[in-house]
Design a protein around this ligand. Structure first.
Ligand SMILES: Nc1nc2c(c(=O)[nH]1)N[C@H]1C(S)=C(S)[C@@H](COP(=O)(O)OP(=O)(O)OC[C@H]3O[C@@H](n4cnc5c(=O)[nH]c(N)nc54)[C@H](O)[C@@H]3O)O[C@H]1N2
Ligand SMILES: Nc1nc2c(c(=O)[nH]1)N[C@H]1C(S)=C(S)[C@@H](COP(=O)(O)OP(=O)(O)OC[C@H]3O[C@@H](n4cnc5c(=O)[nH]c(N)nc54)[C@H](O)[C@@H]3O)O[C@H]1N2
Ligand SMILES: [Mo]
Length: 789
């Protein structure tokens, strides 16, 4: 019996993979106090039939050539040799770039890909397009924090200073009396951090804080957003209404004389403008607790009691990413900051505002003094951008103007999009609209490890290796462990890593040297490691050479405890450490934002009536939050993810009272629908869900019964069939996928079988396989790390 063990890492934890004959077992990193069950998702995926085995070309594209095609998403595929795939892709990229320049190529390629820093797919795409055709149209910001990342620099400073480098968990556990979190602190979310997370410490810190007497208060439609460890309180709010609640809290603090007027005067601009707004001096509408109660579904008494709980306490306010992933998402973020300021807390130990605490394992952690460098992306020769969530608008409205952060920009005319390491048919909203948008392209090229819905819309599909099939270095700036990621298995079928694919394409475009700089993947790892080592030497820290690190598997890096420094320094000395805002202070009124003249994001924070709210036809809020059983759509076919489904379908949760009214029982298949389409899911009844809310997490692979339908039905449970595709506001144009409104009914027919994990029809697979190396697709043989390179 042969046994091998290799060190590896993922966005949800470090581990060693142990294989015994054909069985793969994942053993969490011994230094991790609270490993994530997501690790189990690796155990069954290596040779799963839904893996992409060969380069494939969409039949319609191969037969008719590049061009808009409404059949994208419903076509079959033809397996081709690597030679043919490279030739087709290189020729097409050259054609598009010759005719339209880099402005015709969209290389945003948003997505989380895998944890390794070198094979980070998005960086590889960017480097490839920069070095071969001189650039590409890029996307800015993220689906995570589209609104927050744009508004925070106007009102306080860079988001990273308020989130990743925000007040640390350690400090909270020591000093904080009240943690008020809008959107909660679910441990399901802090399991994850991009680049890796070798130690899951949130649970422990919450236990410590609670034991010392910290009071945790979670404002959320879901009780489960606050872990039991926190022993906290739940305020069940209607989704999308936190801005009204916070205005009422501010009004109460002000009316009772509890607002910290000296902090507000010394460290902030514009409090008097907001007070005028609270008092209705602008428009006659008083924004007090009674006003807010009618909007957010929390009684006026409870709102006033909450204000009282905060008054005089060392309080930290956190606003989850989710709140700003909604219409006017800038407002609750801005108001969370203002609430912390009105309590006089920013800059005090364990106090103030911490954006998105607990949303990811990065936040509230300490930083490495030196981190592993990113792959250099080269220089993009053009400056054309879209906010990342405007992808469908861009493709559907070329040449049209749009607003973004004080600028008036124009959508480019895109002919070709190149995607590696992301899944837009997971991450984007209104998937029927997204399909129509993608049908406008001449060509879509996708590198994927498996037949996701995005791969099924591509014209050329390159089979990419999974992280377990190659070597890399895992590391994040907030993780003190650097991991030598050693391969566990041979590539599946004909799969190659993204770097090899791009190197081969660059060669065919006459740019191989520019792309590779003459380095193999292993040589890049050693080169990047050496850069980090030199920087460490500059600060008198010696770490072993690359080969020794590789043998060791894990390296511990020195860290610094500088969490919360921006506001701490500002509080200590506002003259010498002003904030990087126009006034140098916290901006409760922003002259700059007012100068943009956006009705949907004016000069001070406001409550704005949303376009989407429940009505007779759509009486429920749908909450499309992050899944507990996987990262986004990654490894949805993995063991743990599948184990959390029911009969192969995603599980949605609703309150038993709502279900009873609809004649829905535990375990029933339901149809959740609105004007954009419908989704089947399996019901779990739960009193942890506020009435009027249905919760369906993201990440079940899109599996439309008829992919070309105007209003598709997803039999698997992907909520993005239902979400609305509109930006947060003219300021940031962020993603608004977190919430929408829907109707729900029991599905009484025989529910169609889920086919998400069955590959599309592929012809010619056998022939190409015979031409190629002849290696059997099923022999996903395991290898030992020693003979991996
Ligand atoms: N309705 C709604 N929608 C949302 C959200 C929401 O709250 N509600 N949340 C949004 C948020 S915050 C985010 S960050 C996005 C996430 O959206 P994405 O980042 O696009 O989601 P992932 O599933 O992580 O996609 C990564 C893809 O890369 C592939 N992959 C992994 N490793 C490799 C590799 O080495 N090479 C290649 N070529 N491919 C690889 C995986 O198989 C997977 O398909 O979703 C957003 N969408
Ligand atoms: N297991 C796992 N963890 C993840 C991810 C994953 O896919 N899987 N994704 C990671 C990524 S990329 C990101 S960006 C973060 C995202 O971090 P978040 O956006 O914060 O995560 P969500 O789970 O979408 O939302 C958190 C909670 O906010 C609540 N909520 C929703 N709408 C509202 C509202 O209007 N008001 C209030 N008060 N609460 C509301 C929901 O009940 C939800 O459970 O998560 C990260 N963590
Ligand atoms: Mo995200």
């Amino acid at each position: 019996m042969s046994v091998t063990r290799a060190m590896h890492s993922s966005h949800w934890g470090a581990f060693s993979a142990r294989r015994e004959n054909d069985r793969l077992t994942i053993v969490p990193f011994s230094g991790d106090p609270d490993p994530s069950p997501l690790l189990q998702n690796f155990e069954n995926v290596l040779s799963h039939p839904v893996r992409v085995a060969m380069p494939c070309v969409r039949r319609g594209w191969l037969e008719n050539g590049p061009g808009p095609d409404a059949r994208r998403g419903a076509d079959e595929y033809i397996a081709v040799s690597w030679e043919d795939a490279y030739a087709l892709a290189a020729k097409e990229l050259k054609r598009v770039a010759d005719e339209g320049g880099p402005e015709a190529v969209f290389g945003g390629s948003y997505g989380w890909s895998s944890a390794g820093r070198f094979h980070h797919a998005q960086s590889q795409v960017h480097r490839f397009l920069n070095t071969t055709i001189g650039g590409y149209v890029r996307s800015v910001n993220s689906y995570s924090s589209g609104a927050a990342s744009v508004i925070l620099p106007h009102i306080v400073g860079d988001m990273n200073e308020i989130a990743r480098r925000g007040v640390s968990w350690k400090e909270i556990a020591q000093h904080t009396e009240v943690v008020l979190s809008f959107g909660g602190l679910a441990l399901k979310n802090s399991q994850v951090a991009s680049g890796g997370l070798s130690e899951h410490t949130e649970r422990g810190f919450m236990q410590q804080a609670a034991a010392r007497g910290t009071r945790f208060i979670s404002v959320s439609p879901l009780q489960s957003d606050l872990p039991e460890e926190a022993q906290g309180e739940w305020l069940a709010i209607c989704p999308g209404t936190d801005a009204a609640l916070i205005l009422a809290l501010l009004s109460t603090l002000y009316q009772r004389g509890w607002s910290d007027e000296s902090f507000l005067a010394r460290y902030c601009t514009g409090w008097e403008t907001l007070v005028a707004y609270l008092n209705g001096e602008e428009d006659g509408q008083v924004r007090d607790a009674a006003w807010a109660a009618a909007i957010c579904g929390i009684t006026a008494e409870k709102i006033e009691a909450l204000a009282e709980q905060l008054h005089g306490k060392r309080t930290i306010i956190s606003v989850a990413h989710s709140l700003q992933r909604a219409e006017h998402g800038e407002q609750p973020v801005w108001l969370g900051l203002v609430l912390a300021a009105a309590l006089g807390q920013p800059g005090l130990p364990g106090g103030g505002f911490s954006y998105a605490l607990g949303a990811l394992g990065h936040y509230g952690k300490h930083h490495n003094r030196v981190s592993f460098p990113a792959l250099p992306q080269g220089k993009n020769g053009i400056d054309r951008l879209i906010p990342v969530a405007s992808i469908a608008d861009m493709l559907l409205h070329p040449g049209e103007k749009f607003h973004y952060n004080g600028r008036h920009l124009t959508y480019p005319h895109i002919k070709l999009a190149w995607w590696a390491g992301g899944n837009p048919f997971h991450h984007h909203q209104d998937l029927a609209r997204l399909r129509r948008a993608f049908s406008k392209l001449d060509t879509l090229i996708v590198h994927e490890v498996a037949w996701t819905a995005t791969a099924r819309h591509a014209d050329i599909v390159f089979p990419a290796t999974m992280t377990l099939e190659r070597e890399d270095v895992g590391g994040a700036p907030t993780d003190r462990h650097l991991i030598a990621m050693q391969p566990v298995a041979q590539p599946y079928g004909e799969a190659k890593d993204d770097y090899t694919i791009f190197s081969e394409l660059a060669r065919r475009l006459g740019k191989e040297q520019a792309f590779t700089e003459g380095r193999s993947a292993r040589q890049w790892l050693a080169h990047l490691y050496q850069q980090m080592r030199a920087k460490l030497q500059d600060i008198a820290v010696n770490v072993p050479d690359f080969d020794t690190f590789w043998q060791q598997g894990v390296l511990e890096l020195p860290q610094t405890e500088d969490g919360g420094r921006l506001l701490r320094n500002f509080r200590a000395d506002p003259q010498h450490s002003p904030l990087p805002t126009p006034s140098g202070k916290i901006e409760i009124y922003s002259a700059r934002l007012a100068g943009f003249h956006y009705a949907d994001c004016p000069g001070h924070p406001v409550w704005l009536e949303p376009v989407q709210k429940p009505d007779d036809a759509h009486p429920f809020w749908l909450l499309a939050n992050q899944p507990a059983s996987r990262l986004h759509s990654q490894l949805d076919f993995g063991r743990y993810s599948v184990s959390q489904k029911r009969e192969g379908r995603e599980v949605c949760r609703m309150h038993p009272d709502d279900a009873q009214q609809k004649g829905i029982g535990e375990g029933d298949v339901v149809e959740i629908f609105n004007q954009r389409g419908s989704v089947l899911a399996c019901v779990q009844l739960s009193r942890q869900v506020r009435t009027g809310v249905v919760q369906l997490p993201t990440g079940a692979w899109y599996d439309p019964v008829d992919p070309l339908a105007d209003k598709p039905q997803c039999r698997h449970g992907n909520p993005n069939v239902l979400t609305r595709d509109a930006g947060t506001s003219s300021l940031s144009q962020g993603c608004t996928g977190q919430i929408t409104v829907v109707q729900v009914r029991r599905y009484d027919r025989v529910a169609p079988a889920v086919r998400a994990f069955t590959p599309p029809r592929i012809s010619g697979l056998k022939e190409v396989q015979a031409q190629c190396s002849g290696r059997s697709l099923s022999s996903n043989s395991f290898i030992s790390p020693d003979n991996a390179s």
